[in-house]
Design a protein around this ligand. Structure first.
Ligand SMILES: Cc1cc2nc3c(=O)[nH]c(=O)nc-3n(C[C@H](O)[C@H](O)[C@H](O)COP(=O)(O)OP(=O)(O)OC[C@H]3O[C@@H](n4cnc5c(N)ncnc54)[C@H](O)[C@@H]3O)c2cc1C
Length: 581
């Protein structure tokens, strides 16, 4: 068995190179340029993750008439009073500093008004137009500038390195992280004084999903194995209009932005009948959860398009007008053979974002000393719903804070911890399982397991849930975990370099593990709140008595879910900071 293991040391190890990871590296370096900082990333730095995919933009209270209090209240009310209020306040205040930093220090150019001020557009669920953007390619602008600055500072990069497990020393303190170099298949143990988890969540366990292909919830699965509590895991956000271009293209599931409905687009059932007016007075402009549930209901009733979704129709707004306003979207649809400007495009709700993640404090510390978290891997900022535009604000604000916190932490005489060698060997053995001797499995099995996962999560743990369905999907997940544990690579598919079948198996393990957390949290929440809708418990519950779920794994990977009261540290349900402002 080829188990080449290299060892490296670094003061700060950052897992992930999205908005959170890149900002953390820059801020840690700024705090102390002498620090040895390493970014390990599953893909290529600057080319992977969801921050790069951000289309719509970045929420920040800049304009006269807007305020931190207003942004905060929108975030809390959008999140159905479930957000941790200190985290939400850190988000809205930090966003102002971060957007200036992005423009004035890092070189981003955002769209501007004729008078030179930054243009801010409307986004759903907000009482003020506060979304800063660069056309509909905001994420590319942000990540390109961040990546350039990271390269310039000579921060060490481990690209195409996949994090596998956290390693502790024999006293239980964090010692570092085991990774594998995807290009060689060799193992790398990186010993670090501080580690940032910023692998970006990403609900890719659903049949239709938007996040980038490198995301498979690895970081959250690692956090579960480490015994960390994850909050709000039942809260998975679906975007109502993912492109439905057939099962044989990765374009299926990608987002057709909210602005299309905002501009007056109609949703039609398979027979061409407009249906949203029957569900909500706001019709197509209702919030993401309402529109997603309405489409799901139409699909359940069988009123679907040839590929099983509904139509988004823009033609009545004038083809030239649609092309002018949504050039990128029109071109993307044309690539898949659809005429968005003048015709109809098939769409389906698509899993977009995980509000849940590792419990953490505003300074990005976690329960485990030496381990920090930022971005979509963290939980508690958004509560039951994330406002469009608050995702990239979250990753960049908390990424920067994490960098500063880690630099200060390392400065206070921290030492390298030696890993428990038995645990290191066990972690390698875990990753090696697919190479073990014994009867091998056809690689096609992975495809079948993935299909089963996609369908079960979509049907029973998706947009509408109930006790029966959740019990059904829970049983499917146990079966999938058992089958994955038995999976062995075929003898002729054991070359470790770029072994995508091996990584597929690892991806599926992470997804099944995190799906279990989603399902068990959803079983415990017996009300309907934000993104979580239970047909057997449709009432929202009393916001003043809000609790959040907290999932934790024991050493045998069994999960327990507890509920904890939300602490209304700044404002109580029924009150508003606006009155006081
Ligand atoms: C299509 C799309 C459009 C969006 N539009 C908006 C928008 O308009 N506004 C908004 O606010 N938000 C938007 N979001 C959400 C936003 O992208 C995320 O909230 C945010 O960017 C997440 O940042 P992050 O740094 O946590 O994760 P990411 O940017 O996803 O970065 C995660 C990083 O972790 C790496 N990684 C993953 N697993 C491992 C592993 N095992 N080992 C090492 N590295 C690993 C990945 O390769 C990647 O580099 C959108 C998301 C999508 C998918």
């Amino acid at each position: 068995m080829d188990q080449t293991l290299q060892r490296q040391k670094t003061d700060i190890l950052i897992l992930g190179a999205g908005g959170a990871g890149l900002f953390a590296a820059l801020h840690a370096h700024q705090a102390n340029p002498a620090l040895d900082i390493t970014i390990a990333v599953k893909g290529l730095l600057g080319k992977c993750g969801c921050t790069r995919m951000v289309q719509g933009g970045y929420n920040v209270a800049l304009a006269p008439g807007d305020s931190l209090e207003r942004h905060f209240m929108d975030t809390i009310e959008g999140g159905k009073w479930l957000p941790d209020q200190e985290l939400a306040w850190t988000l809205v205040t930090g966003a102002v500093e971060r957007i200036h930093e992005l423009e004035n220090e890092l070189g981003c150019f955002f769209d501007r008004n004729p008078d030179g001020t930054i243009h801010q557009k409307a986004f759903a669920g907000q009482t003020f137009d506060r979304t800063v953007h660069k056309g509909d390619l905001t994420g590319i602008e942000i990540v390109n500038r961040l990546a350039e600055q990271v390269w310039r500072r000579g921060i060490r990069r481990l690209e195409e390195h996949r994090a596998l497990d956290f390693l502790l020393d024999r006293q239980g303190a964090l010692a570092g992280v085991l990774l594998t170099d995807v290009r060689t298949g060799h193992y790398v143990f990186v010993q670090a004084k501080a580690v940032l988890l910023a692998t970006g969540g990403g609900p890719t366990m659903y049949r239709f999903h938007t996040p980038s292909g490198d995301k498979s919830c690895d970081g959250l699965a690692m956090a579960l194995r480490l015994g960390l509590p994850l909050r709000d895991m039942e809260m998975v956000q679906f975007h109502p209009t993912g492109l439905l271009a057939g099962i044989d293209t990765r374009m299926t599931g990608t987002v057709l932005e909210e602005g299309l409905r905002g501009a007056g687009g109609h949703l039609l059932d398979g027979g061409g009948v407009r249906f949203m007016t029957a569900y909500d007075p706001e019709a197509e402009r209702a919030t993401r959860d309402v529109v997603s549930r309405a489409i799901f209901a139409e699909m359940g009733a069988g009123r679907t398009t040839p590929n099983g979704g509904v139509y988004l129709s823009m033609g009545h707004l004038g083809a030239a007008n649609v092309l002018r306003q949504f050039k990128g979207m029109v071109e993307r649809c044309a690539d898949c053979g659809f005429d968005l400007a003048a015709g109809r495009v098939e769409v389906v709700p698509t899993a977009h974002y995980m509000m849940g993640g590792v419990e953490f404090a505003p300074d990005c510390t976690t329960e485990r000393v030496g381990l920090f978290v930022a971005g979509e891997d963290s939980g508690g900022v958004h509560g039951a719903n994330r406002l469009g535009g608050n995702g990239v604000a979250n990753s960049t604000v908390f990424g920067g804070i994490a960098g500063e916190t880690m630099a200060a932490w390392v400065a206070s005489d921290r030492v390298f911890r030696e890993p428990d060698e038995a645990a290191l060997a066990a972690a390698i053995a875990r990753a090696e399982r697919v190479f073990a001797l014994g009867p091998t499995t056809s690689p096609n099995v992975l495809e079948e397991l993935r299909e089963t996962l996609y369908q079960a999560m979509w049907d029973d743990a998706g947009i509408v849930r109930n006790a029966q369905g959740l019990a059904r999907v829970a049983a499917v997940l146990e079966g999938l975990a058992a089958q994955l544990a038995e999976f062995r690579l075929p003898i002729d598919a054991r070359d470790r370099a770029f072994n995508l079948t091996w990584h597929d198996a690892l991806n599926l393990e992470s997804l099944v593990s995190v799906s279990r957390a989603i399902v068990q949290a959803a079983q415990v929440r017996e009300n309907s709140c934000g993104a979580h809708y239970r047909s057997d418990f449709p009432a929202p519950g009393d916001p003043a008595a809000s609790t959040f779920t907290s999932v934790r794994a024991s050493s045998d990977e069994a999960l327990t879910v507890t509920t904890k009261p939300v602490h209304f540290s700044r404002v109580r349900p029924g009150q508003s900071l606006l009155a006081a402002a």
